[in-house]
Design a protein around this ligand. Structure first.
Ligand SMILES: [Zn+2]
Length: 97
């Protein structure tokens, strides 16, 4: 296995070759020629309309930002399962508080 250099090689944009439903909701239609998000799913791809793509990307960007924060400041406790029983009070105050 090659070393991991990127976590986002499994996503891309392309244009729909024919009209189809968004894979997040059958109520969303992707028209022929329309830009869509493609996400690797095993040996095939899932395709999402741009509204769903924005939701997916926003959530993952937030998650990646949190992961980056942990990597940059490993002493901080950011994961819920690592927060002690006495809770958030145990966390250091933000620097500008
Ligand atoms: Zn959609």
């Amino acid at each position: 296995m090659p070393r991991v250099r990127s976590l986002v090689e499994r996503i891309s944009f392309d244009r729909a070759l024919r009209a189809h439903d968004c894979q997040a909701s059958a109520k969303h239609r992707v028209s022929k020629g329309e830009l869509r998000l493609k996400v690797r799913n095993g040996r095939s791809w899932d395709h999402y309309c741009l509204a769903c793509a924005q939701q997916i990307l926003r959530k993952d960007v937030a998650y990646l930002q949190m992961m980056l924060d942990v990597a940059a400041v490993p002493g901080q406790v950011l994961f819920a399962e690592e927060i002690p029983a006495d809770g958030v009070q145990a966390l250091p105050a933000p620097p500008d508080a």
